[in-house]
Design a protein around this ligand. Sequence first.
Ligand code: HEM
Length: 395
Amino acid sequence: MPQPAEQPDASPPDVLQLDPDHPEVARHRRECPVSRTASGIWFLADYAAVHEATAHMDLFVDGFRESGRPTPPEQRFIHEIREPEHSAMRRVIHAALAPSTLRWIPGHTHEAGTELLDKALAEDGPVDLVEAFADPVLIRVTARLFGVADDRMETWVRWAEGFARKKMVDRGKGLSDAATDVIGDIDAVIAGKRTDPGDDFISRMQRPVEGYALTDLQIRTQFVFFLVAATGTTTQLVANLVWQLCARPDVQSRVREDRTLVPALVEEVLRAESPDAVILRRTAEPVEVGGVTIPAGERVAFGLASANRDPAQFPDPGEFRLDRQHATRHMAFGFGPRICSGAPTARMIAAAAANVFLDKVADARLAPDYRFVNVTVPWAHSPETVDAVLTAAPA
Ligand code: HEM
């Protein structure tokens, strides 16, 4: 595969930086859904193009690595691994995330959320719901998921956050020389679970499935992927959810009155405010998408948020609706053979977070001077803060 001399800063520029509702992005969806942007990155703008490309994910490889430096096989993230090994690894991850192993999530989220919201409701004036709720609730839930103490999880999450917020070039270097103290600590936890397994995701990743077993180095690699690509996105989903509840009092009262609408709320937040606005990959060989051939070695941005605003798939895409047909067909988790393995887990956490929020808070509104500022992670869409005025529900 031809390698460019140096990977430029791939923070999504030009059309890729625009809101999916922007007229220029809408024009791309209508007129040129597969195009090479001024920055040289290809942009897949409509649902059909993203859907078609995700069916052939094996033809796309990762675009985050520092180019020219080969990655040892055991240090390839799951989305960089090609078939047949990819499917074998996916089976291990799916077994480790089987629904029967996740029954504790609603109760644990409720308990952690109650404690955090009680504290937030005791404050005078507006509260930042990202700092007070979305971020710490995810630390508590993922600590239980991975079988580590909350403070250890918090240290790892802060490291992953710093990494995700780096520019692409620095991130490439960061991958090669990843923080040795954090990696050493993760290695120690993985080794400890080998001798003394618990009822957690890391311990279950150590169990072979259909004769395929992961080494501890492979588990560390995939765990770092989860820290960077899964924990942050799930926090962002919960932040987007409480932001939308505060911004849309009508939706808030409908869901409050009828909790069977919580799953529809989660799906519509995923569609309308996708935490991963784009995913970036590089073509491993020439790929035809929407009748256009993208040459080998090109960087391609899958416009997940833009696909989710495609009126051909979602009528009145700018409207926030709780009664969409085929509500789960959005692209927030990707699609096809590499669709997010953690989607059921993320949905379960988000639904539990919505329920505890509605239980504890009788009314939540954005602070009068609130302004949306996006997190500085280049591919993400989520508020840095959600400053809200809260009214406690009666005890
Ligand atoms: C709201 C939260 C989440 C979002 C929006 C999200 C989104 C995504 C997206 C867009 C992909 C890429 C799909 C593709 O390449 O076509 C992906 C892949 C993946 N995600 Fe998630 N994710 C979330 C949470 C999680 C969680 C909680 C886990 C696990 C604990 C997880 C594990 C994975 C794995 C293993 C893959 C790679 C699948 C493969 O390449 O076969 N994700 N996710």
